[in-house]
Every structure is written in structure tokens, then in C-alpha cells.
Write a protein that binds this ligand. Structure first.
Ligand code: 6CS
Ligand code: FE
Length: 303
């Protein structure tokens, strides 16, 4: 019997297709949802090969998607925000584990005019809406900083695992866009992905602690996959590291296994990260049964 969650407004039963943090052993479950939700046609905003690459690998790297001028303006804003929040406390600002340097700033699509425009960029939105096959909205946005020498890692995870358990996202119908605002190299802590891993859901072990996000956004410890499952995925699919110049965009499926190492190079790395969800995949009550995370981490407001 699948465990069930209940919506907050009524007692209708909701089947949990991706139970996680419930059993005491990890499990590899097959994906039950499509990856590209639209039928490809010549009118699509992606070439047929790009669409097929995304469906097969769970990601797509778009080199030089944005021009140098716009990237320079966004980088300036990103640096301004980093300096501003260095000494100004804010709920939306996550600091490095064991330090006070700014690691992430959340909800920039709501709180910042420049990044609001980035999030609704027509060329980007057209691709997102095509992949998800519907209208979409921003589920989460953040700036991630990884300064030279001191920028810390993000351990392997599937975003969907967290969004499902902690935010109540029912299905795999969301994707992330990581827009590089600095050049990405193999040696400055760029993102690693396991291509094809989006077809497997790793059910993780461990109960979600109360207010987990207060720690997990600095260093995630629950909802992280076990080493045997990761080894099996990497053996089957390998590991890719898409890198390129500032202005490139990495699109990736919500269930793609990914992570990044710390940055001990002198070259900073920073990116704007925008997550879009289908309007047909709105958040329900978290499957953990716990209270939802704050609006600035997971949008519930439908406006
Ligand atoms: O909590 C989130 O929404 C995102 N952050 C982390 C560190 N892991 C899961 C997800 O990507
Ligand atoms: Fe992630």
C-alpha cells in the first residue's frame, strides 16, 4: 500500500508515487512521468536533436545563450547584492556552513527587478514551457555564489526528492535553469550531473528534521542518496560536467542527480538559478506531513 498524504483543504487521498525518507532502506524506483511534455514540431523553440538530448540525458547545455552585455549587467547586480547582504541580515540569505559569507540569496525573481526580468525572459520561457508542455511559474529562484578559494560544495542530490518530500510537489514536471554569470571551468566547482539518472528515483532514508531547510541549504544531510545507489547510477551512466563561458545556460530536469565540489581555484563561480514548475503540478501538502517551507524557498502563492 502506498503511503498517502492529505491535502490541507479537504481529506481527499493523494497517492505518493515517490515515497522517500520513509523506509529504513534506500530504494531505486522508476520514473513514472514524462520528461519532455510537448510533441516536437518545427515550431518548437529547440531543435529536434536538442529536445531528444534533453529527454535522454535529463539536461541540455546552451552555450552563449545570453549576450555579454546583459551578463555584465546581471553580474554587477549580483556583486552588489553580495556586498549588501554581507552585513545585512535577511531570511532570504543563506550563509556558508561554519561561516558568514553569502552562499545563496533566495527569491530574487520576486525581490529584485533585474532578476525578475531574467526569470521572465521570453526566449528562455519559451523553451521551459515547451519542455513542461504547459504554462509555468517560478517555484524557486536563487543566486548561488562560489567564491574562489573558499566556495563550498553541494553534495549529490535530486532536487525533486526535496521538493516532493518537503514542498509537496506531486510529479516530475519541473526544471531548473542555471545561468552562468562567470566562466565555468572544470576546476572552479562546476556542476556535475549523472546523465540519464532522471529516469530513476532514489528513495532516501532518514526522517526529515523539523525546519530542515535552516541547515540543508547550507549543507544537506537528509534526502541525500546513499553511496551504493550513487555508485550504481554512475556505473550505468557516467558523470558529465557541462562547462562554458558566462552567458551559458544549463537546463536540467528536476530529478537529475547532480552536485558540485568546492572551489579552491582563484576563480569565483556564481550563477542565477531559476526553477520553473508546471501550473498543472502545483504544490500540495508536503509528503513529509510537516509544515510547508517558507514562500521564499517554495512558491505556493498562485499570483
Ligand atoms: O532545498 C532545495 O530546494 C534545494 N537545495 C538543496 C541544497 N537541495 C535540494 C534542492 O536542490
Ligand atoms: Fe540542486
Amino acid at each position: 500500500m502506498p503511503r498517502s498524504a492529505y491535502t490541507s483543504s479537504h481529506t481527499e487521498e493523494v497517492i505518493d508515487h515517490y515515497p522517500s525518507r520513509q523506509a529504513d532502506r534506500p530504494q531505486l524506483l522508476p520514473r513514472k512521468d514524462p520528461v519532455v511534455y510537448s510533441q516536437w514540431s518545427s515550431a518548437a523553440p529547440l531543435a529536434r536533436e536538442q529536445s531528444q538530448f534533453y529527454a535522454r540525458n535529463g539536461y541540455l547545455f546552451l552555450e552563449q545563450f545570453f549576450g555579454e552585455e546583459e551578463i555584465a549587467a546581471w553580474r554587477k547586480e549580483l556583486n552588489r547584492l553580495q556586498e549588501h547582504y554581507q552585513h545585512v541580515p535577511s531570511d532570504e540569505v543563506i550563509r556558508e556552513p561554519g561561516g558568514s559569507e553569502v552562499r545563496s540569496i533566495f527569491a530574487v525573481h520576486r525581490n529584485n527587478d533585474i532578476f525578475a526580468q531574467v526569470a521572465s525572459h521570453p526566449r528562455l520561457k519559451a523553451i521551459v514551457d515547451y519542455v513542461l508542455g504547459s504554462q509555468t511559474y517560478v517555484h524557486q529562484s536563487r543566486i548561488n555564489y562560489k567564491p574562489g578559494f573558499t566556495g563550498k560544495e553541494f553534495y549529490w542530490h535530486s532536487d525533486f526528492e526535496t521538493w516532493h518530500v518537503e514542498d509537496g510537489m506531486p510529479s516530475m514536471r519541473a526544471l531548473s535553469c542555471s545561468i552562468a554569470l562567470e566562466d565555468n571551468y572544470t576546476f572552479n566547482g562546476a556542476l556535475m550531473v549523472i546523465p540519464g539518472s532522471h529516469q530513476h528515483f532514489i528513495a532516501c532514508v532518514g526522517q526529515t528534521p523539523e525546519d530542515h531547510y535552516k541547515d540543508s541549504l547550507r549543507r544537506q544531510e537528509y534526502g541525500v542518496p546513499d553511496q551504493d545507489s550513487l555508485t550504481a547510477l554512475a556505473k550505468e551512466h557516467g558523470i558529465d560536467m557541462p562547462v562554458g563561458k558566462a552567458g551559458s545556460v544549463l537546463l536540467f530536469d528536476c530529478n537529475l542527480m547532480h552536485g558540485s565540489a568546492s572551489n579552491i581555484s582563484p576563480y569565483p563561480r556564481s550563477n542565477v538559478f531559476i526553477v520553473y514548475n508546471s501550473v498543472d503540478n502545483r504544490l500540495l501538502t508536503p509528503y513529509s506531513g510537516q509544515k510547508p517551507r517558507p514562500e521564499y524557498i517554495a512558491t505556493r502563492d498562485q499570483t
